[in-house]
Design a protein around this ligand. Structure first.
Ligand SMILES: Cc1cc2nc3c(=O)[nH]c(=O)nc-3n(C[C@H](O)[C@H](O)[C@H](O)COP(=O)(O)OP(=O)(O)OC[C@H]3O[C@@H](n4cnc5c(N)ncnc54)[C@H](O)[C@@H]3O)c2cc1C
Length: 314
């Protein structure tokens, strides 16, 4: 009889878990509390009469250092939904249309349900019982992979003591993303600004789907201290930094504020140590917190969780 497997979270870790299970002949269902797939591979759409433009307010690009992710990226390039981003070593990539579009294409054969929030998980005989916010009835699954950021996963998995211990060892930096646009295409502005090794509250600022739509990200130290600050003050402080950088290169361009997005658990500062699968029950965890603070690491942790679940199910 076919197994009933649930994956919580439609970010890259959830998608890679489901793809890997599929490669073993195991079907799974992904549920996510958000409106869109992708999690922190986030895209904000600006629809106009004739087309759409995109801010990339989460991950800006991804690398593909491992053989397994290189295969995914090469396939996306061949099928026309991934492109190389700039000329970096090692190479960086983006979705051709948008970052989210990369995940939409990658997951097009998977069973994904958005707007479903899992609220409780508990062991049940040799299986896992799950409660979500659309129903008051517990559903039982043969296996579960949970891919929420570690602090949220910790709350959900409080009945699974070994995984709880693993999850407690992770820590994150927050990040504040400010989206802004120009009325016309700039002439003297590069497509990204890297502030990682410079003195600035910003860490990175880059164009989205074209040179008119931009996102600036703040550094971890600044973000951790300021995520609860008054939004207007925060916006003004970040916007001033953006103006300084842009006006030096193009003094006459008009900069329009679009919106602010706060990522509480943005980038993993310390990865987890400890088992990824419960010693007794068929439940595993996956996400960037198991391997490293980036898209590719989240992908590989999803594959690993799927392998562990396959072994457990025999
Ligand atoms: C601002 C920012 C910039 C970044 N820049 C880069 C970059 O340039 N390059 C790079 O490689 N990486 C970057 N990263 C990191 C990268 O985005 C993450 O490492 C990766 O996307 C994490 O994927 P994930 O699947 O582990 O988690 P997530 O993408 O967070 O997925 C978890 C999913 O779980 C869902 N969820 C949460 N709670 C529940 C619940 N109770 N029930 C159901 N669903 C739930 C969420 O909605 C979410 O979709 C950046 C991250 C941020 C925030």
């Amino acid at each position: 009889m076919s197994k009933k497997i649930l994956i919580i979270g439609s970010g890259i870790a959830g998608i890679s878990s489901s793809l890997k299970l599929k490669s073993f002949g195991l079907e799974s269902t992904i549920v996510d509390k958000g409106n869109f797939i992708g999690g922190r591979v986030g895209t904000r759409d600006i629809k106009s009469k004739d087309n759409s433009d995109y801010f990339f307010h989460g991950a800006q690009f991804f690398t593909a250092k491992s053989y397994s992710f290189q295969k995914i990226v090469q396939n996306g390039i061949n099928e026309g939904y991934i492109k190389e981003y700039g000329k970096f070593s090692p190479p960086r990539y983006r979705g051709l249309k948008s970052m989210r579009d990369f995940l939409i294409n990658l997951s097009n054969k998977l069973n994904i349900i958005q707007n479903v929030k899992v609220t409780h998980l508990k062991p049940h005989n040799e299986k896992i019982s799950v409660l979500e916010d659309r129903s008051s009835i517990w559903q039982t699954y043969d296996a579960v992979i949970s891919t929420l950021p570690a602090p949220q996963n910790l709350v959900l998995l409080k009945k699974f003591l070994t995984l709880k211990k693993t999850l407690k060892t992770a820590s994150y930096d927050s990040c504040i993303a400010l989206m802004f646009s120009f009325d016309k295409k700039p002439n003297n502005i590069p497509f990204f600004f890297d502030y990682y090794n410079q003195q600035s509250i910003l860490s990175w600022m880059a164009a989205g789907s074209n040179l008119c739509f931009w996102t600036a990200h703040t550094k971890g130290d600044f973000s951790n201290k300021n995520i609860n600050k008054d939004k207007i003050l925060l916006k003004d402080q970040i916007f001033q930094e953006i103006e300084k950088a842009i006006y030096q290169l193009e003094p006459n361009i008009k900069i329009n504020f679009h919106s602010l997005h706060i990522w509480k658990y943005a980038k993993v500062k310390k990865v987890c140590s400890g088992p990824q699968i419960d010693p007794k029950f068929p439940i595993a965890i996956a996400g960037d917190f198991m391997v490293g603070a980036n898209v590719e690491s989240a992908f590989s942790s999803g594959e690993k969780a799927a392998e562990l679940i396959r072994e457990r199910l025999g």
